[in-house]
Design a protein around this ligand. Structure first.
Ligand SMILES: NC(=O)c1ccc[n+]([C@@H]2O[C@H](COP(=O)([O-])OP(=O)(O)OC[C@H]3O[C@@H](n4cnc5c(N)ncnc54)[C@H](OP(=O)(O)O)[C@@H]3O)[C@@H](O)[C@H]2O)c1
Length: 247
């Protein structure tokens, strides 16, 4: 298939809904073979059936470090390498600290921080190997949030996880520059996905005006932009808010 990513393999975590699903579609539209990873395998299979490029589907809980390694190794066995990784899986519980369950805090840290790190740790050797190929570069995009820049509203732990991911991505970037692996951070504002639908109950001020909420394709666009730059260009960080989001 023709496209700016023809001949590459992209792995997307959290590909069963929202930003991950639409990003997988966008990468496939650019010609990448895609590996779709998440826990809800039925959703992944539905998405795979719609895509025109070679697609593989792997049920994965990113908090299971061993499974992460096995799945990424399986993708490499199947496709020959990993050129683009979108490290996107995440959860968010926006509940005031006085009402929160500690189990929800633990889940956010386990998925948003340790899960992202487990995927990165397992993928780095494959990305270094891919960068030695004809494309001359490989990509890891980590999906953070505006909450990785600012603490606003009842999201103390979510913001803490996204701040952690920002520091982690910058550290990866610095240490992988010489290997030609581009580590980039994408920081969305409010996006209409299952994550924000779920948190509507605890954030009554979530706006419904179309200028106050992004669509998953707006973030997928940014990710495609970053990973289709020439090898000399490293897009380190993209912060995207809906037009009318103030903070
Ligand atoms: N929506 C927003 O306003 C917004 C703003 C800023 C940043 N973000 C970030 O964007 C990313 C994607 O979120 P989204 O808004 O697209 O929400 P979403 O539709 O709820 O998607 C979250 C994805 O993460 C996956 N996931 C959750 N826990 C997982 C686990 N333990 N193992 C593997 N996969 C897991 C889910 O798949 P399964 O449940 O099938 O496993 C799902 O595919 C997250 O990192 C989120 O923090 C979202």
């Amino acid at each position: 298939m023709a496209g700016r990513l023809a001949g590459t393999t992209a792995v997307v975590t959290g590909a069963s809904s929202g930003i991950g699903a639409v990003t997988a579609e966008a990468l496939a539209a650019e010609g990448a073979a895609v590996a779709l990873l998440a826990r809800r395998i039925d959703r992944l299979e539905e998405l795979a059936a719609r895509l025109d490029t070679p697609t593989s589907v792997h049920q994965l809980d990113v908090t299971d470090e061993r499974a992460v390694r096995d799945v990424l190794d399986a993708v490499v066995d199947e496709r020959g390498g990993i050129d683009v990784l979108v490290n996107n899986a995440g959860v968010g519980s926006m509940v005031p600290v006085t009402e929160a369950d500690f189990a929800d805090w633990r889940a956010m840290v386990e998925v948003n921080v340790l899960g992202v790190m487990a995927v990165a740790h397992a993928a780095v050797p494959h990305l270094i190997a891919a960068a030695k190929g004809p494309r001359g570069v490989s990509d890891m995009i980590i999906v953070s949030s505006v909450a990785g820049r600012k603490v606003v509203g009842p999201n103390a732990v979510y913001a803490a996880t996204k701040h952690a991911v920002g520091a982690f991505t910058e550290g990866l970037r610095q240490q992988l520059v010489g290997q030609h692996v581009r580590a980039g951070l994408v920081e969305p504002g409010l996006v209409h996905t299952e994550l924000t639908e779920a948190s509507d109950r605890s954030t009554p001020d979530v706006p419904d005006n179309e200028l106050r909420v992004l669509l998953p394709e707006d973030i997928a666009d940014a990710i495609v932009y970053a990973v289709t730059r020439p090898a000399r260009v490293a897009v380190n960080e993209i912060l995207i808010r809906p037009l009318e989001q103030e903070r």
